[in-house]
Design a protein around this ligand. Sequence first.
Ligand code: IMP
Ligand code: MG
Length: 181
Amino acid sequence: MGLHEDVGEILFTADQIDEIVKRIGDQVSRDYADKDLVMISVLKGSLIFMADLMRAITVPCSIDFLSVSSYGAGTTTTGEVRILKDLDTTLEGKDVLVVEDILDSGMTLSFLLNNLQARHPRSIRLCTLLDKPERRRVDIKADYVGVQVPDKFIVGYGLDYAEKYRNLPYIGVLKPEIYAE
Ligand code: IMP
Ligand code: MG
């Protein structure tokens, strides 16, 4: 079966995503003109957004990657997240921009921001392509937000369900029967 059949509704086409990414790229380029920007991609969901966003940014930047464990659904999480792959570089004196695919409960990013802050960057900001504010469980706001999305399970453009659908060029809602199986 193809991937497309599993998507019930397209929320943002590739062209619409393009415009959103360009808008954020412009903002970041303006804000980081005289800074020492390092973009940190939270793997794997932000991979595609990161790749597009960095090309929409016109000021010098370096990049790094990290990956964190996701807490299992249904567990009452304490916000404890484990770093599975850490950065290669130090952040001392850097202007850090954390790049995420989606801000949901906020537990992951809340942990990450605290963890990264302890490494003494000069500044740290958060950029997320998608924001699901209805689901927030901790008080966290992104400095750069692409678009708000409804409380539905979203796939494509890096976002997955069970590691599938990341390669869809658009962002859509996964048909509930796919994960209810
Ligand atoms: P949070 O800690 O609940 O904010 O979790 C954010 C992470 O959960 C994201 O980086 C995604 O990997 C994943 N996630 C949350 N909502 C969705 C969704 O609708 N589709 C796919 N992944 C999601
Ligand atoms: Mg993610």
